[in-house]
Design a protein around this ligand. Sequence first.
Ligand code: NAD
Ligand code: UDP
Length: 320
Amino acid sequence: MQKEKLKQDRNTRALVTGGAGFLGSHLCQRLIDDGLEVLCVDNLFTGNKKNINQLLKNSNFEFIRHDVTLPLHLEIDQIYNLACPASPVKYQYNPVQTIKTSVHGAINMLGLAKRTGATILQASTSEVYGDPNLHPQPESYWGNVNPIGLRACYDEGKRCAETLFFDYHRQYNIPIKVARIFNTFGPNMHLNDGRVISNFVVQALKGEPITIYGSGSQTRSFCYVDDMIEALVKFMDTPKDLCGPVNLGNPSEITILKLANEIIRMTGSSSTIHYKDLPSDDPIKRKPDISLAKTHLRWKPETKLQKGLSNTIRYFKTLL
Ligand code: NAD
Ligand code: UDP
């Protein structure tokens, strides 16, 4: 009784792993704005303390430099497990560490959830569908992943993490939420992140050649960060029986060539297009079926690509 009373009297405590990264830093800010106590755990591999600078003086916010491949002992109510490099360039830099981050990280965070009774949300990915032969991709699709290719450290790591989440749920009744995140962009992406929108915007602003891998006919569907954060928070607050997986992303699909031209136009850049080799196993097309998110989260993305790009261009201008 006393314990329940104490629980009601204090703020909800949320742990955000990968909290100094692109999505994590926006999520930390949002949870602080919502009145939660936030513990941000990050090893700063691709994250940056600058992303959370404004939060460090807030008494409800705490930063812990820690690698999720090692166990962590905290008292916590919610866990958002975002720790993992997301850019292909960064996750292929040290593939063994990437797979350890996904798999050992999931085991450690699920262990923490088991001990504390916390609800745990996994930042999974559209990469679990690999190079899909079903388009758009619904959650029921099992995917087409090369298990020994250069992207496997990320794709298979995330697939194994999903397996661990569902086995911990079935075996120990842990409340889980598995979110399959599709390409998301916005401010706080690193200048040298290596993903397509940050690359193109930085190249365009510097007047450098825009590097298109392959012919540029491959497609992606880009979601603005504010929409994604809204979806993650909504998903965490759904009833216990909604475990997912749930696709989160913007179904508005565009070719990489068209994206390059749009960024050149919006920045007024004199950059030319430079074609480079397509990396192996680069998916040809990707677009989420978000019917489940619409029904169960009552969510759909609101930000148009142009509006998101304009905010992102403004952000990178301040950095350059
Ligand atoms: P990011 O690289 O900006 O952020 C990842 C954060 O995790 C960084 O701060 C990094 O330092 C930290 N990290 C990496 N390994 C760690 C470890 N072993 N221990 C502790 N911290 C570690 O990437 P992001 O775009 O913010 O992605 C966040 C999460 O969302 C990732 O799990 C990613 O797989 C997932 N996701 C993102 C997208 C997207 O388009 N942004 C798409 C699908 C999935
Ligand atoms: N891409 C590109 N030029 C770049 C970076 C990426 O043409 O400078 C392409 C990449 O080959 C892929 C798409 O853009 O087809 C999206 O790449 P990103 O690295 O952003 O993420 P992915 O969706 O492949 O994980």
